[in-house]
Design a protein around this ligand. Structure first.
Ligand code: PLP
Length: 328
């Protein structure tokens, strides 16, 4: 398969490990974790895989500034700031915050990495973020800079190839480990990670179940979002692919209090999981998704799956702003 070109940014391949005690507690199932939280330090997490494709496109079109958006603690914005600095480019981040933000977590790192930050309200973010990024691109062009806009989460046709390639990596690791994963589980926040895994699984006919757990909006919203990402990705491939909307498996029910908001059971879960496995989950994505996975297994809704691979998509820096909410 001829994928679009990419640049090398992440530390790959990331390890796959079995969750010994967690699996044991859940009964007759093997849960493995792919450590995409270890794709790097400043760039840690899933977004850098997508940036390997998006930033290649930016460089090929002669751009010197990456413009993107996200929540105030966006992992994607921080990874973009880090990549820009590594490559001698500039970054402009349009971040959502209704109050004066505390200088911590990813937002602190954005500053440290030299990104220019523009804060907007959640209302402006919902209705006008793309227009605001377009205006920034227009503005910087007056001084001779050329901006490349990366949409939220780099979840578009080009970015999603990062997880297409990750699926090829998983296939290779299955062969080396002598294991076949019958399901892959991932947190869904803007849909690109899910989209790439789903696209490779479809095109290569791997026959795995790709299971997403949404951390905002709802399952129907993300099924449609994934479809629109896949349509865009299709423009880069000259290979037709067929799938059913119903094959897009998104499990709803674990958004909790809302995007980036935590409740006690989620934080208790993160604490118990860290102490049990020595692996730290994040409060916005992987904590909710791993909690959701454990609940679904207990409910019996994933019966028949033997080897599950959970993608640890990163987010550790988002844990620190929540430290006062933990009860030990
Ligand atoms: C962005 C993000 C996700 C979700 O990935 P999408 O491709 O946006 O759906 C999951 N985990 C972490 C830590 C993230 O930063």
């Amino acid at each position: 398969m001829r994928l679009p070109d990419s640049i090398n940014l992440a530390n790959l391949p990331t390890k796959i490990e079995r969750l010994e005690r967690f699996s044991e507690n859940l009964g007759d199932i093997n849960i493995y974790i792919k450590r995409d939280d270890q794709t790097g330090t400043e760039i840690a997490g899933n977004k850098v895989r997508k940036l390997e494709y998006a930033v290649k496109e930016a460089l090929d079109s002669g751009c010197d500034t990456l413009i993107t958006c996200g929540g105030i603690q966006s992992n994607h914005a921080r990874a973009t700031a880090a990549v820009a600095a590594r490559l001698g480019m500039k970054a402009v981040l349009v971040l959502r915050s209704d109050e004066t933000p505390q200088l911590e977590g990813n937002y602190f790192l954005d500053k440290l990495l030299g990104a220019k930050i523009i804060l907007i309200s959640s209302k402006e973010y919902a209705t006008a973020r793309n227009e605001i990024m377009e205006n920034i691109r227009g503005e910087i062009s007056k001084s001779g800079s050329k901006g490349y806009i990366i949409p939220e989460g780099a979840s578009n046709g080009i970015g999603t190839f990062g997880y297409f390639k990750a699926m090829e990596e998983i296939k290779q690791q299955e062969e080396e480990m002598g294991i076949i994963f019958d399901g892959i589980v991932v947190a869904v926040g803007s849909g690109g990670t899910y989209g790439g895994l789903f696209l490779a699984n479809t095109l290569y006919k791997y026959g795995k179940r790709i299971i997403g757990i949404n951390v905002c909006d709802n399952a129907e919203y993300f099924k449609n979002k994934v479809i629109s990402i896949l349509e865009e990705s299709g423009l880069y491939l000259n290979e037709p692919f067929l799938y059913q909307k119903n094959d897009i498996e998104i499990i709803d029910g674990y958004v909790g209090r809302g995007y980036a908001l935590s409740d006690k059971k989620e934080l208790d879960f993160i604490y118990n999981f860290s102490a049990m496995e020595g692996i730290i989950l994040d409060p916005v994505y992987t904590g909710k998704a791993m909690y959701g996975l454990s609940q679904e297994i207990k409910k019996g809704s994933l019966i028949g799956l033997k080897n599950l691979l959970f993608i640890h998509s990163g987010g550790v820096f988002g844990l620190f702003p929540k430290r006062d909410m933990f009860e030990f």
